[in-house]
Every structure is written in structure tokens, then in C-alpha cells.
Design a protein around this ligand. Sequence first.
Ligand SMILES: [Zn+2]
Length: 404
Amino acid sequence: MSRLGGWKGQRIGIVERFEAGVKGPRAEVWIELLGFGDHPRKCSGCGHFVQSVHDWSEREIRDLPLFDADTVLVVWRARVACPRCGPKLEALDWLEPHARITNRLAENVARLCKVMPIKQVAEHHGLHWGTVKAIDRACLDRELGPVKLGKARLLLMDEFAIHKGQSYATAITDAETRRVLWVGKGRGREDIRPFFELIGKNGCKRIQAVGMDMSAAFEGEVRARCPNAEIVYDQFHVVAKYGHDVIDRIRVDEANRYRHDKASRELVKGAKWLLLGNWENLPDRDAKFRLNELLDANQPLMTAYVLKDALKELWRYKREGWARKAWENWMELATSSGLQPLVKFAKNLAQRIDGILSHCRWPLNTSVQEGINNKIKVLKRIAYGYRDEDYFFLKIRAAFPGKT
Ligand SMILES: [Zn+2]
């Protein structure tokens, strides 16, 4: 049985089964493991074999379930009298020195944590939430190790909200391997600086392009640190900004203009998500019909909506000359629209148009960034309060190990 159970160096003592409700809410099997008598034991401190035992103590250790029952091992643990380390626990290959569960149960827990929320894993094995989290965390630490920067040349940089949007964090991804390289708290210049310090001067020189939103902090820090990097604004972020700064602003202005026409006012007010979403993603024909009707009846909204699609097109060009022509066209339409939010947006973008045209040279894929964004939201939802940010950040890195 001790060979069957894989508890090397142990002999089985008493084995007893307790039905559900006797020891705990579930059935349990208790197995006593007695260390063999007189033989040299490996010291867990230095790894040398030691003949004499300092003392024995009894520990309750959880193992993988036996049939339908949780398994508790009552292990007699020897402390060797090591001439180098003093009294030290005997090293066992199936149990870490101060662990409360066997290595194979820990491995099983860590595997389940990759596909299930901690709470479910804890319920499955009848373990404490904190125990499961600690195991998963230790496993992720071991697997991911220190940040591996590889030979990243192209980066994606993005912020995401934590703690119900009260604070932010930033993820930096290798755009080619899609590995999340680094996650850190905050979204300011000083907050992302540790990443550049980590990759050092040479790593910074290697960076050729960085995809990002139009936040001044990211751009400022990249320009200051990476002498060879071009800034590439991400389509997903620029279009989202357009939605917020232009379409939604015009929607509010138009709703206010209809203050004597209640029906039209309600229609425009309620159309926020119709207007901000992608046409392809509208839920049904009815939504498309309503949006069409609204746009037909409202010229400013129609203009803003059509120019949104035209704006997206700028990322489709591979030749910079054509992209620039398309931009000049867009700029002309926007400034001649007479719509204040649109004119303002266009003027701002004109200052920074290089960040869009650079996409012709560095076609960083916007769907990668969007995918990471969405996955982080999912991780946050299933994580039942990742109060522990470092752990949450490890989970994000583990979710994007990259393709090699
Ligand atoms: Zn020792």
C-alpha cells in the first residue's frame, strides 16, 4: 500500500474510513504513515544524509482523494540531527518540508486553477480558499519566473481598470509572440518606468514600435526611453475616443436641440449604444432599422457616424502616401462639417497624425490588444476579488504565455 500510495520511505500504520458527517461534512480516509526505523535520512537543509534522528512529530497532511473520500495522512515526520544545519526535517520527495498537502495534490490544485475559479477548486477538494490561492500563486511564480523579456521589438501597451475603476494598471505585451511581458500598477509615466529599467538601455534600443492609445503618459515615456521606437496609435482606442468625444457629444447636443419635441429627444437620448457599437455587431435587424431611421432624420449624427467608418479605414492602408491622402480627405470632411466636437477632434488628431500613418510601417494588430483587454475583464470577473494585485497580475501573465 505504501508503494501503491507512492509515499516513499513510509510504512502504513492504521487506515480508517470515516463516513460523511463523522469527521467533517464529507467522507474521509485517514492513513497513518510511519517512517522506517534506523536508516540514514536526507537533511532538508543541506541535502546530506544523516544517521541520527533528533525527534519525531505528527502532522496531518492532505493528499489526493481516495475514491469518494478526502484523504488525510497522519505522517510521523523525523527531524534529523544534522551536524551542518542542526535539527532539520527529513527531506521527502513527495512532501515539501512545511507543506500541509502533498506535492501531487498541490499539482492537481494548480492545474484546476488554470480552468476554474479558486472558489470552485477549494470546494472540489475541501480545501480553504487561501490554501488554494497560495498553491496557485506559488505554482505561477515557479512557472512564469522573473519577467522574461526575450528579444521584444514590437510592444503593445494598454491600461485597464482594477478595483471597480478606482485605480488602474498597465499591461505591456510583445506584439509578435503575444506574450504579456509585464504588468504593473498605475498608468502614469513613473508607473511604467520600471519596465524600461528592467529591459535596460539595450532592450530600449531594440524597441522599434509601440502600439498604444493616445495617452500622453505612455507616449512621453516611450519617446524618452526608446530612441528607435515609433509610436503607433491603436485603431481600437482611437475609434473608441472618437465615439466618446465626437459621436456621444453630438448625440447629447442633438438631444438638447430637440427639447420641444419629446419623442425625437427620447429617441436620440436612447441611441447611445446603437451609435457607439459597430454596425456588424448590432444585435438584430430591428436595431439596424432603428439606427438607419435615426441617421436619416439627423444630419449631424449621420455625418459623425459616416466619418467614424471613414476614420477606421485609415488603418487599412499599407502605403503611407495613400494613407496620407485618405487622411487629408477625412480632415477636409471633418473640418467642413461645422460640427464643433468633430472639428476639435480632427484638429487634435492632425497634430498627431504620424501616430496613425506609422501603422503602414508597423501594422500592429488591434485585435490582439482587444483580445487581451477582454480576457482581463473575464479574469477579473471570475477571480472573486483579487485583492492581491500581484496575484492578479500573475494570472494575466499566465493567460498570455505567448506563442513561441
Ligand atoms: Zn543539513
